[in-house]
Design a protein around this ligand. Structure first.
Ligand code: PLP
Length: 462
């Protein structure tokens, strides 16, 4: 840890020079006397310490669902260190040892998939898939089958194309004009029902709504459908029974490529290696980022099956017939070196099993809070990826006010527990508390997170 005087300098440097992500800086720059910038100094297991030495249990894996194997993993650090000394970087058409070995390992967890394209961030991985879809449209369909469908409330990243595929309106507002050729389909959150049906019937209706959009647009214009397996920042939306099989059927019927965005769900978060594996889906593209190396190094991947890959090598005499794309830092070796160790930890410590067991436990614990707090309208989740939607009125399901939801998050933080909430991104619907503890969480950890939520709800809502 840094000494006290060093840390106060760090806080000043942060205040003066860092432009933080997703922050209205007025509350951080001293204009607000309550402004209390937080520097996280150290982490071990499920816990982090800030500049004042305050301990927090981390219920959201590094703030945004990332540190799946927890903090302080020396074997990841050592593997990265050794690799950096041996060879930090070489790109272009040359390979690297960890790049090849991690691809092999990753594909062994993804039956039906075969190729890994390395990149740096979830947004960029999604951009790669969008570009592949567009290039396939040009190669095979004269450019016509180029539209990409995305879903209301899903998020795929922060670039202009990803925002064009974004189902969270606040994130895109004021950044237009957007990229043409992206078309929205309805979300599948049964709690906020759009059809008067339940369970599997609801799931099938929500999937059929995608087919209606395809028919309205013209199936010969639609190249791909991009979905999160379980919607993350849009409110932790677990799809209803029947949804995914029907989605797959529709994609096959209209020859539409299926792109699954596993940036949050990937690498264990929901209790399987990938979220789509709960549903028996066979995707054409799978993108992933956060949990791939648990934040120990920047790495993201766009994984395809051989059907997609083959389309880029079917005519070697055509000078345009290859994926004309590069990602400079997709050649860093630290990413796959960290990712190999990350995956080995999940296997050796049986963290998928733990995620399923602890996820079920946490779901039960959060549901039991519903008896005490009328403000909890709905609890949902898969593995260690859970949400509790807060409402002003259970009967009407009117969402709880965003500032009250944020007050619950702040109360937990003040009491040493980090939880999250859908953050401003869905006007009118920023009312879901979010939980994604590391896959190493124990019952004790979960009890602490749930009891902090319980106390915060009492203090904020009475
Ligand atoms: N896709 C999903 C589902 C996400 O939640 C995110 C980020 O939160 C992204 C893509 C973008 O990833 P990145 O921030 O690494 O660009």
């Amino acid at each position: 840890k840094l000494r006290d005087n060093d840390i106060s300098h760090v806080v000043e440097a942060d205040r003066a020079h860092v432009w933080h992500h997703l922050i209205q800086h007025a509350a951080w720059t001293g204009d607000d006397p309550k402004a209390d910038p937080r520097i996280i100094v150290e982490g071990r297991g499920m816990r982090v310490w800030d500049q004042k030495g305050r301990e927090h249990i981390d219920g959201v894996s590094g703030g945004v669902w990332t540190v799946n194997v927890g903090y302080g993993r020396e074997r990841i650090a050592n593997a990265v260190r050794d690799q950096l000394i041996q060879l930090p970087y070489f790109a272009g058409s040359a390979g690297s040892i960890p790049g090849a070995l991690f691809s092999e390992k990753l594909i062994s967890k993804m039956p039906g998939m075969s190729r890994v394209y390395y990149t740096n961030s979830g947004s960029e991985a999604n951009e790669k898939a969008f570009k592949m879809v567009r290039q396939i449209a040009h190669k095979r369909y004269g450019g016509k089958k180029h539209k990409i469908l995305y879903r209301d409330r899903d998020y795929h990243g922060t670039t202009i194309a990803c925002l064009s595929a974004g189902g969270q309106d606040e994130r895109g507002a004021q950044y237009g004009p957007y990229t043409p050729g992206f078309v929205r389909v309805p979300h599948c959150l049964e709690y906020r029902a759009q059809w008067d049906l339940e369970g599997e019937d609801y799931g099938i209706a929500a999937a059929n709504a995608i087919e209606e959009v395809i028919l309205a647009e013209g199936p010969d214009t639609v190249g791909a459908l991009c979905l999160e397996p379980v919607t993350a920042g849009g409110g932790v939306i677990v799809p209803p029974e029947g949804y995914w099989p029907r989605v797959q059927e529709i994609c096959r019927k209209y020859d539409i490529l299926l792109h699954i965005d596993e940036v949050v769900c990937g690498v264990g978060r929901t209790g399987t290696w990938f979220g789509y594996q709960h549903y028996g889906v066979e995707p054409d593209f799978v993108t992933m980022a956060k949990g791939v190396a648990s934040g120990y190094a920047a790495i993201a991947c766009c994984v395809t099956n051989e059907r997609v890959f083959d389309l880029f090598k079917d005519d070697a005499t055509d000078p345009m017939n290859y994926f004309r794309d590069i990602s400079t830092f997709g050649g860093c070796t630290a990413g796959p070196a960290a990712a190999l160790e990350n995956m080995a930890i999940i296997e050796e410590e049986n963290l998928l099993e733990n995620t399923n067991a602890m996820g079920d436990y946490m779901l039960d614990q959060l549901r039991s809070l519903q008896d005490k707090h009328a403000v909890i309208g709905h609890v949902r989740g898969k593995g260690l990826f859970l949400g509790a939607e807060l409402v002003a009125d259970r009967a009407t399901k009117e969402p709880a006010a965003e500032k009250m939801v944020q007050a619950v998050v702040a109360d937990c933080m003040a009491n040493g527990v980090v939880i999250g909430a859908t953050n401003r991104s869905l006007p009118g619907f920023n009312n879901t508390l979010c939980y994604s503890p590391a896959l190493i969480a124990t019952k004790d950890d979960i009890d602490q997170i749930v009891s902090a939520t319980d106390a915060a709800l009492t203090r904020v809502f009475g």
